[in-house]
Design a protein. Structure first.
Length: 131
């Protein structure tokens, strides 16, 4: 993976509004993604799990110039091609977010101000990196 490549994930701080829009126990991830689609940053790839598999979502990403790395659902009649190698690397990012959530201040989002919250994330990331 090149250092110059940029990625957007389903768990990035930019998508933190998803907790407000995807409430409920049995909703699919792409329902909340519809509300957040307009606020996506300019990235080359979007890595997501099977919950984001929808034709309209893939088309919307393509219109924005974003390549989707989302495996198709098992019930899908026509299988969708995706970069399996890139998708397997997604776990590194999942692990990193899991480590950030070990910090209570970050996991419960004590800070209301976005700048202070991102500063807490940066501080936690630096400490995690050096430990």
């Amino acid at each position: 993976m090149k250092a110059s490549q940029k990625f957007a994930l389903d768990h990035t701080p930019i998508w933190s509004k998803a907790s407000c829009t995807t409430g409920g126990n049995h909703r699919s991830d792409y329902i909340g993604a519809r509300a957040l689609l307009g606020g996506l940053p300019k990235v080359e790839w979007l890595l997501g799990d099977r919950g984001y598999d929808a034709d309209w979502f893939r088309d919307a990403l393509k219109d924005k110039g974003i390549r989707a790395c989302i495996p198709g659902r098992k019930q899908r009649k026509t299988q969708v091609k995706y970069d399996k190698r890139r998708y397997k690397r997604r776990n590194r990012i999942e692990i990193m977010f899991g480590r950030l959530k070990d910090w209570r201040r970050v996991a419960t989002r004590y800070d209301r101000c976005p700048k202070v919250f991102l500063s807490a994330i940066a501080l936690a990331a630096v400490v995690i990196y050096w430990l």
